[in-house]
Write a protein that binds this ligand. Sequence first.
Ligand SMILES: [Zn+2]
Length: 386
Amino acid sequence: MKKNRVSNPEVKKINRNQIYRYVNKYEKVSKPDIASTLGISMPTVLQNIKELTERGLICEVGAFESTGGRKARVIAPIYDARYAIGIDITQNHVGFVLTDLSGSVLMHTREYKPFTNERKYFMNLGELAIKFLTSANIPEDRFLGFGISIPGIVSSENAKITFSHALGITDVPYTVFSQNIPNHCIFTNDANAAIIAEMYSIQERYTTVYLSLSNSVGGAIFMEKSNGLKGNQVIDNLYFGDNCRSGEFGHMTLIPGDRKCYCGKVGCVDAYCSAKILAKLTDGKLERFFKELADGNEEFTRIWEDYLSNLIIVVNNLRMAFDCQVIIGGYVGSFIEPYISHLHEKAALLNTFENNAIYIKPCRYKIEASALGAALRHIEGFISTI
Ligand SMILES: [Zn+2]
């Protein structure tokens, strides 16, 4: 009777993929280390190292210090084996990020380019994408494609942007945005893209809620399902909801019957926690608001305290609903780090179950998180095929 052993191509692929992800994640590893950590036999490790080396994805880079016996060779990833570019489209700007298999930001630019739903805009978008790709100067066969981040509801099922208040569009097919871009494009909602970037950069992933405080308030929900080494992509762990409208925290009601929200309802979180609430005091320049706040501007200090008093209600509600860490991201998130202890103190007062609020974390990516996350869809897609 024949036994169904490692000849099974699926098992071979899972082993190869796990080994590659391990090398990619820890950067410098030895063959015995791979075998013992992943519980894979040494002959299988050696066979896969050979295959991955032949495919130009990993290489040997010297030896570890000897611990008595023969020195173990150092196996390292070849990060520049593949590249992807992320494009972040917002109401007034377009941001570009170049990344590779390391998932780090290698190059980025941001241009002032107000969105218009016109042929001219999309032609220009294509020109800018090609210009950025050319300036990246990467081999054509190593380029995976463009990831595009959109501030709106992105329906992958229907391949269209169902709705975007920021861009003022409804039911626009992906192809309208990608018509002048020569490479494969993947579309992602901006907050989902940002949480992909955040989750990609950490060693251990936990269930996380991302609260995006930009010119509108949104968010994303990452549900941890594995230890991150099992081959699933970040996108597989995002919760989208029945209509791709999960994480729309901006339209939870904060103060009934009070301020009007752009959505037409009254009292939504967006009317109190959008970055515009602060930026409008400094002609739309949020950086200037935080500069003057740091310099002790009394009026701004009072407004900031009011802002935080509203923000802690939202964050505490998220904690009560999801019982996980909450990352503060978006435009305000990129300035929150110096105020995080103060935010912890204030939010702790509302916390029913703990006497602290250290579950609130500042975002890691201060710039271009959404562009990076959009590009990482390609990188993760490629890695899953290894
Ligand atoms: Zn609203």
